[in-house]
Write a new protein. Structure first.
Length: 276
């Protein structure tokens, strides 16, 4: 069967693969477009397998919300090099995945991967595998998170290496305030929302470290516990969102900043992803 330039161009537009790859796929499949698409996917899967030991430490971290601001989602799509990560097509690809997550509300990363990629007729996971073959780098959708609240605000740091979403307990004109809180989360990387949300093993470890430090500094053993508890309070101030100093006014904690804006206003939850 004769493979025309129009056939090759059609497959290229459909898959995003290179011209020569598309021509080879059509030749191998005797001009059958569905088989050609499968051939390209398989090529992508082979490339992914060959590159499975590579470190996909670059990529794009994106976050967004529904139009009503009631739900947000955040994803991390990894690649190997900054060159690919900064490519407009790669960022658009990541944005399309995020849009699907926002629209379809998957409960897990695996469920998101199994959703259709736009109107292509293939899943997001299959599309990622296909793009691995096209780009020649290991691609991986490594992280996905979502939250719902009366008001959800997203923040993406310039460069797409860091993003966050936060939920507030009240609806209203809190876009600027919510962005401030989301920027706080992005910049200060809190480990928990408030003191009571810090895992017990983390608290126990901080106390033990504090006691050992006090003893190493020559403090009496009977005072070590008290000193450790004081250091634990400092840990809370530095590492729990509601107790952190507000980055735009370090004389206030986040809790005070929210209270000054409106009585009873608080953060219900947050998520933060960052490229290492």
């Amino acid at each position: 069967m004769k493979i025309t330039a129009a056939d090759v161009n059609k497959l290229r537009k459909q898959t995003g693969a290179g011209m020569m790859d598309c021509k080879k796929a059509l030749v191998e499949s005797n001009g059958d477009f569905e088989q050609a698409v499968d051939f390209l996917r398989k090529q992508g899967q082979k490339v992914a397998a060959k590159r499975s030991d590579r470190d996909a430490s670059e990529g794009a971290v994106l976050a967004g919300t529904t139009t009503d601001g009631k739900r947000g989602a955040i994803i991390m799509l990894n690649c190997e090099t900054d060159f690919v990560a900064q490519n407009d097509d790669f960022v658009k690809f990541a944005q399309n995945i995020l849009n699907t997550a926002i629209d379809k509300k998957p409960d897990s990363l695996e469920e998101l991967k199994g959703l259709p990629y736009m109107d292509s007729g293939i899943s997001i996971e299959e599309r990622i595998s296909e793009q691995t073959g096209v780009i020649g780098e290991k691609l991986e959708l490594s992280s996905y998170g979502t939250l719902e609240a009366d008001k959800v605000v997203a923040y993406v740091h310039p460069g797409n290496r860091l993003a966050s979403i936060v939920g507030l307990n009240k609806d209203g004109n809190y876009d600027d305030l919510g962005r401030d809180i989301a920027m706080q989360v992005a910049a200060m990387a809190p480990v928990a929302l408030d003191k009571d949300d810090v895992p017990k093993d983390v608290v126990d470890r901080e106390i033990e470290v504090g006691k050992e430090q006090a003893i190493q500094e020559g403090k009496p053993a009977e005072m070590a516990e008290k000193i450790a508890m004081g250091r634990l309070n400092k840990f809370y101030q530095e590492n729990t969102l509601m107790n952190q100093a507000f980055i735009k006014d370090n004389k206030k904690s986040i809790k005070q900043y929210l209270g000054d804006a409106e009585k009873g206003l608080s953060v219900t939850s947050f998520k933060r992803f960052s490229l290492s």
